[in-house]
Design a binder for this molecule. Structure first.
Ligand code: ADP
Length: 538
């Protein structure tokens, strides 16, 4: 190839095959063009010209020293849209954008090529129809044997498509990078093959507390607690990842401030096309919260089991105690009775009165002990229920007759509420009587002299209910649930006139609930209370 000797630093381009599918390397084409042009200017003829004219993938054309177009090939026509007759004789600046023209880029290019032998450029150029394309351009100065500049060869390739693909690729890489950067819930970062941190995202910053510039370049073992570091665990992780591609682990890791967090870690080895290790991708999640929640659950379950066991122990204890207490209590009553009956000799009137008080106290104590026993039996699930269709009016009538003497003593009005069609519950008769007796006794007990207690049977949808209303002091809003707890008595003092163990309502509610019912209270302090036993309708 007869290169023009004067063309300066021309690189031969052999073996440096250019991108793109063309059979003709870019530099080869340029060389052809130069050679052809050399032949063409000043004389047009020869094989080169033919060759150059037929090349379609490259625009190859010649300029005179001032930039006027003097030759045009098929590729130039295809890429730029002008036919040869339309452009030959015109200045090549018609291919430039207004901005490039304003900066005299065409002039620059020629000057550079003239000075250095050749000039390369990539940039936007304008087609005949005004559209732009991304061009790779090589301008080569052409000189004759004396070194005189005779013109320029220009080879242009249309790289619009390649640029578009590159842009797209760059765009999607950029998007991915931004995405990874901004992920907050996962620490995502790269390690180089030696385990040094090579990239850092927002999640990693948030979880581990290091800013990117503090941690880049550091070995990732800084994230491990001392014992793990000492045992070489970090390197082991990388070894496994390298060997099998991936390593997953859960364990304690250390933040910048020294605090620890429970991490789930996945390390993936990254290999290049040639199989060499590029590094590792590491994804870290902070599971501290989740782990704490799990531990709390376990802890709660354990406590529940324990308190269940301690509850059972307590009821067992109550049952045993009540049994033990009843025997001596019965003995006290028995012997007091014997003395009162004069079995051990005559007694004075005073002694008789004292013995009566002993027996009264014994009765009272026995009542409490029986309540205790009842309660512990119910709690232990030892009570059997016989459910049947139970007319609640019957229950109310029986209970009222039992309580009437007490009510009369306190001059209380004790009424059954307005008559209704019979209300029939599905319930155990004795348990229901026990509950209602307890509610009505309480009403009588807590209502001051001259007040009234009203007991009403009502049907509320699928619920058969008994309301026990009194005109007593009522129960403060914040105590209305509490009074159903065992051993709770309001306003209780040593001198309190009221008796009982504070088990009545607890027992009543347990019994009612065991029959799929409930005992509830409504009260406005100062204007009495209404206790309601609700049971399923038969
Ligand atoms: P006891 O009657 O043995 O004290 P209860 O469980 O039956 O135990 O009642 C618990 C507490 O609820 C009582 O001590 C009392 O303070 C309150 N209470 C129950 N019934 C009434 C009522 N009708 N009016 C006002 N307070 C009541």
């Amino acid at each position: 190839m007869s290169d023009s000797d004067a063309s300066g630093d021309r690189r031969s381009g052999e073996g440096e095959s250019s991108e793109g599918g063309s059979s003709l390397g870019e530099r080869d084409a340029a060389a052809f063009a130069e050679a052809g042009s050399a032949g063409l200017v000043p004389q047009s003829a020869g094989l080169y010209q033919l060759l150059v004219e037929s090349v379609r993938d490259y625009a190859i054309f010649a300029l005179d020293p001032t930039g006027v177009i003097v030759s045009w090939n098929a590729g130039a026509e295809r890429i730029k849209g002008y036919a040869a007759r339309e452009v030959i004789g015109r200045h090549f600046s018609i291919f430039y954008t207004p901005e490039d023209l304003a900066n005299d880029k065409p002039g620059d290019e020629l000057a550079r090529a003239a000075a250095e032998g050749r000039a390369e450029d990539e940039g936007w150029r304008v087609r005949k129809d005004g559209t732009e394309f991304w061009a790779s351009v090589i301008v080569t100065a052409l000189r004759d044997a004396t070194g005189r500049l005779v013109g320029f060869a220009k080879v242009t390739r249309d790289l619009t498509e390649r640029r578009r693909v590159e842009d797209q690729l760059r765009g999607s890489e950029e998007r991915l990078r931004i995405l990874i950067q901004s992920v907050k819930d996962y620490g995502i970062f790269m390690l180089d093959p030696d385990g040094r941190v090579a990239s850092w995202n927002e999640g990693a910053r948030r979880i581990k507390g290091y800013e990117a510039d503090e941690i880049l370049g550091q070995h990732f073992s800084v994230f491990y607690p001392e014992p793990a570091r000492a045992s070489g665990f970090p390197d082991y992780e990388l070894e496994v990842a390298r060997a099998v591609g991936r390593f997953e682990d859960e364990g304690w890791r250390v933040r910048k401030d020294g605090t620890q967090f429970w991490a789930n870690v996945v390390i993936t080895a990254l290999f290049g096309d040639d199989g060499s290790l590029i590094g590792f991708a590491k994804v870290t999640r902070d599971l501290t919260e989740r782990r704490l929640a799990q531990q709390r659950e376990i802890e709660d379950a354990r406590r529940l089991a324990e308190s269940d066991a301690s509850n059972r122990a307590k009821t067992g204890f109550l049952a045993a105690m009540s049994h033990e207490l009843r025997t001596p209590l019965n003995a006290i009553a028995g012997y007091a009775q014997l003395m009162q009956d004069g079995v051990a000799g005559p007694i004075t009137e005073q002694q008789d009165e004292y013995l009566a008080r002993i027996r009264g106290s014994q009765q009272h104590l026995l009542g409490i002990v029986n309540d205790l026993l009842n309660y512990s039996r119910i709690e232990a699930g030892e009570v059997a229920y016989e459910l049947s269709a139970l007319p609640l009016h019957d229950v109310v009538e029986r209970v009222m007759s039992m309580v009437r003497p007490q009510a009369d003593r306190k001059r209380l009005r004790l009424d059954a509420g307005a008559a209704e069609p019979p209300v029939i519950a599905l319930a155990d008769r004795l348990k229901t009587e026990q509950i209602v007796l307890n509610l009505v006794s309480n009403a009588v007990k807590f209502t001051p002299e001259g007040g009234a207690v009203t007991v009403t049977c009502v049907l509320r949808g699928r619920v058969a209910a008994i309301d026990v209303r009194d005109t007593g002091p009522g129960i403060p809003e914040d105590k209305q649930e509490m009074i159903f707890d065992p051993f709770v008595q309001l306003g209780r003092s040593l001198t309190s006139a009221h008796e009982g163990a504070g088990l009545g309502l607890a027992i009543s509610r347990d019994l009612a609930r065991a029959m799929n019912g409930d005992v509830t209270v409504q009260s406005t302090p100062g204007s009495g209370a209404t206790f309601t036993l609700s049971l399923p309708v038969a």
